[in-house]
Design a protein around this ligand. Sequence first.
Ligand code: FAD
Length: 417
Amino acid sequence: MTDPDVIVVGGGIGGLGAAYALTRRGLAVRVLERASAFGEVGAGIQLAPNCTRILDDYGLLDEARSLGVLPDAMIMRDAVDGAELTRLDLRDLERRYGFPYLVIHRSDLHAMLLRACGRAGVDLRTSQQVTAYENTPDGARVTLADGRAEEARIVIAADGLHSVARRLLVDDEPVSSAYVAYRGTTPTASGRAADVDLSEVVVHVGPRCHFVHYGLRGGELLNQVAVFESPKARAGEEDWGTPDELDAAFARTCGFVRGGLPDMWRDRWWRMYDRDPIMTWVDGNIALLGDAAHPPLQYIAQGAIMAIEDGWVLGEHVARHLAEEGWPAVLAAYQAVRPEHCRRVVTTSRAWGELWHLDGLARKQRNVLLRERDTYDYAFVDWLYGPTALDPADEPPMFTPIPLSSAKTDALAPFAP
Ligand code: FAD
């Protein structure tokens, strides 16, 4: 068996995206996935223009469009009274950035990337649990749970939040936010879902909770996500995020939000973790990618996008540097640009969560500030939705979204100019 050029550990959205990006540059890539089948658990995912631009470059945007929904607007509402706070006009946004804002079922996105990898010739292997990583004199080696070892010139670890490879670089743990997400998809053919306007992506933000909904699969499904802070998690209890907590957390919210709770899957829930940012992702011939490197809280919907960007940036630097300067130059260029961008996203996601979940006077102050925002002011997303930077000099300055004039609270402070 010939060694591949690159082993990618993890066949999630990040790993498959990277495998595709590297294979189209002429490299032999093997993906090692621990599960017995490739797949994604969960429901919808939002893909902003910084991702659809890359899908277009890969020749996959038309397929993604056909699988998803292109909404007209993204609207933020107050979860208590249902009132609109601010909106993005997604048609205008597409004109501004040149690429659409798309919502898609996770399993459709994942399956699309899997098909693209298959067509490109990626060696896709399941039931391959990697337990250890090490550098060798001319490459890197992974050890599998059955004791076998595999080697390649480069190993990309896209092994998610609980990454084994990350331990090569840092001795850290996932950080619990004490928030938990419930998800659910409902056919729109009848019932409450039939009356929901699927031309909108809506987030209702409320005290220690929020609720997101949008359409999927050309409008066949309504995707809903209910997220709240678990009192049991705050109290240090093990059994946290249970359905009784879901109902209690949304008791104060408006009728539309409460009406969505029965549609949630109640037999599974997702506890929300991120990790503190780390600025070194490369150890010799082993590099982290996706959630292994930068798991965020999901508030600005950039986790999978960052993972797809990581793979695209690697592929671009292979094209620029590999032939003349070799892998050290490729990995150095990746390392130079991605950690700082992702640090900004991870920290901004935490700050957005604080803002969304305010209560009392701070909630009212937030609402005043959000209502003051001009619909066509893109300053707070330009740094995210523009072209993905390949060099640190191209990384746009990070924006502080809310001009604080009248009100200042601790929770609003991260947004101060
Ligand atoms: P993962 O999806 O975790 O994939 C890791 C893969 O590696 C898995 O297949 C796993 O089985 C495999 N693996 C793990 N360990 C090993 C091992 N030892 N050996 C072999 N294989 C292994 N992001 C967005 O961009 N937009 C959104 O709208 C959005 N919404 C979200 C909503 C919620 C509620 C949540 C929780 C997240 C959301 N995200 C969103 C974030 C996004 O889901 C993740 O950031 C993204 O899926 C990470 O992809 P990944 O491939 O890096 O990691």
